[in-house]
Design a protein around this ligand. Structure first.
Ligand code: DQA
Length: 152
């Protein structure tokens, strides 16, 4: 029987479907499809099973996080604008038994003051911000490390 592969869920928040054309001076020219393709390639190399979701809706993000309960080993999430004010997304992350890693393409601490606060980061294992599209790949490495660490 094949060994059970560890499962990672990637969740992209609002407006990230527009990456590539959305404020390229801030977020770069890489599209969401490009990011998802590199994540899928790296997940295969690492032996991880990857699922990817994108939503512009807060309730859908809450539902997606809730459904991860018992079904995934790690969540990699860019809550986008919800990062800064969604207590519902924060509570969902705190409610499930799945460790999460928060990702941002931009360094939110170098930007407008309202972006300096993340209400979600305190209920995640850690945050990776400021490396453009590579933030996601770094988060996937962190997920791989985390899952390995839990197994030890
Ligand atoms: C973002 C940063 C957020 O402040 C912003 O609302 C986004 C994208 C990032 O990846 O840099 O939509 O999460």
């Amino acid at each position: 029987m094949a060994a059970c592969r560890m499962k990672v869920l990637v969740i992209h928040g609002p407006n990230l479907n527009l990456l590539g054309m959305r404020e390229p001076e801030v977020y770069g020219k890489t599209t969401l499809d490009d990011i998802n393709n590199s994540l899928t390639g790296r997940a295969n190399e690492l032996g991880l099973e990857l699922s990817i979701a994108q939503t512009n809706h807060e309730g859908v993000m809450v539902d997606t996080i809730q459904q991860a309960q018992d079904n995934f080993d790690c969540i990699v999430i860019n809550p986008a604008a919800f990062t800064h004010y969604s207590i519902a997304v924060r509570d969902a992350l705190a409610a499930v038994n799945v460790p999460a890693i928060e990702v941002h393409l931009s360094n939110i601490y170098q930007r407008e003051e309202f972006r300096h606060r993340s209400v979600t980061a305190p209920v995640t294992v850690g945050q990776i911000a400021g490396f453009g599209a590579s933030s996601y790949l770094l988060a996937l490495e962190a997920a791989h490390y985390l899952i390995g660490a839990h197994k030890r």
